[in-house]
Design a protein around this ligand. Structure first.
Ligand SMILES: *Cc1c(COP(=O)(O)O)cnc(C)c1O
Length: 354
């Protein structure tokens, strides 16, 4: 069944106000947004309207009890000017995984895709073309019951808006192994892109920043012995430039689409890739013996965030010079190349919006 979306265009585009050469991440929004509401057990009245404030009740359930989930994805411009999306249905599927964990209704993939593609087509002039840039897309869902009480909401809104962005972490980052706070543990919701998982990360990251680090590496909730992920990126470690390791999907970390893409690209290139538990002690040993040749985070925003140093128990373990990183440079160039349609796409990840 075709999905019909009501479209109300902005009377006045704001695009001329955007300085595409100097975009601050997450602060500029494109002209329109997509919205659909869940009422009486069904998603209703999908519409595209000018980006702008929404009115909410002070008792809005999402802001009290945290039934709120989100996604992050990007659109790119191909060389012929057509918008390209990267693995969009994987984001739709993961949003529904998060929804189930949070007791929220799933959104049909066709509805997610219809709203997304109409919005990107309408706002395609907002997709920046400068090297390293993209249109960041933020789909999210939240509970809208006007009710004080802890139970799943009966009403929800799903919205998609977009921000033109340049590259996220231009410089390699310093990360600190977190040994006091825990992000997620067995039975919790670490695999869900749920708002609360980020709320609890603010203080730990702020404390690490005061010590001179850009981000933290989360560790397991039992003994802080194994690494999990960092900020909004999954982690990769490269030993002797040929063995690539990344923490396995144990339910505590996000099933990153960039992570999965990197694993597939590396395997196709003949690298040994191990998804398993990785202890801090192993990482320290590899670093001390000069075998830790690369280390990076993967995520939609940064694509590849190279790690310059890992802080652990007062020592900084320094990684090789960023320019010489064989694996992270290969992954960044290949992934960003595929996303922009400039590199062959053997896995058919890139979706053209004609
Ligand atoms: C979004 C996110 C990632 C990366 O996922 P991608 O699909 O690659 O963008 C990793 N970890 C956390 C905690 C995240 O929120």
């Amino acid at each position: 069944m075709a999905i019909s979306i009501k479209i109300s265009k902005t009377p006045q585009s704001r695009i001329h106000l955007c300085d595409f050469d100097n975009i601050e991440f997450g602060k500029i929004f494109s002209d329109h947004m997509f919205r659909v509401d869940y009422k009486n057990g069904a998603w209703q009245n999908p519409e595209i309207l000018p980006y702008g404030p929404i009115s909410i009740a002070p008792s809005l359930s999402a802001i009290h009890y945290g039934q709120a989930i989100f996604e992050g994805m990007k659109a790119f411009k191909s060389t012929d000017g057509t918008p390209l999306l990267f693995r969009p249905t994987d984001n739709a599927k993961r949003l529904n995984v998060s929804a189930v964990r949070m007791g929220m209704p799933e959104i049909p993939e066709e509805l997610f895709m219809a709203g997304l593609t109409e919005l990107i087509k309408l706002d395609q002039n907002w997709i920046p073309t400068k090297d390293g840039s993209a249109l960041y897309i933020r789909p999210f869902m939240f509970a809208t019951d006007d009710f004080v009480g802890v139970r799943p909401s009966e009403n929800y809104s799903f919205i998609i808006f977009c921000c033109p962005v340049n590259s996220y972490y231009p410089k390699p980052i310093k990360v600190k192994v977190e040994e006091k706070y825990v992000r997620a543990s067995t039975g919790m919701a670490g695999f869900a892109k749920a708002a609360g998982n980020y709320g609890i990360s603010m203080l730990p990251s702020y404390e690490a920043k005061k010590e001179g680090y850009d981000q933290i590496i989360w560790t397991d909730g039992n003994n802080h012995e194994y690494v999990e992920e960092s900020g909004t990126t999954n982690l990769f470690f490269v030993v002797d430039d040929n063995l690539v390791l990344t923490p396995h999907l144990d339910g505590n970390i996000l099933n990153g689409i960039t992570r999965n893409s990197c694993i597939q690209l590396l395997k196709a290139k003949g690298y040994a890739v191990e998804e398993r538990k990785i202890s801090i002690n192993e990482i320290v040993e590899w670093s001390k013996s000069g075998r830790l040749t690369d280390c990076f985070g993967t995520g939609t925003a940064a694509i590849i965030a190279k790690i310059a140093a890992i802080g652990y128990k007062g020592n900084d373990y320094i990684l090789p010079d960023a320019e010489q990183r064989v694996v992270s440079n290969y992954l960044y160039q290949t992934l960003y190349g595929i996303q922009c349609g400039k590199v062959e796409d053997p896995f058919h990840w890139s979706v053209k919006l004609d």
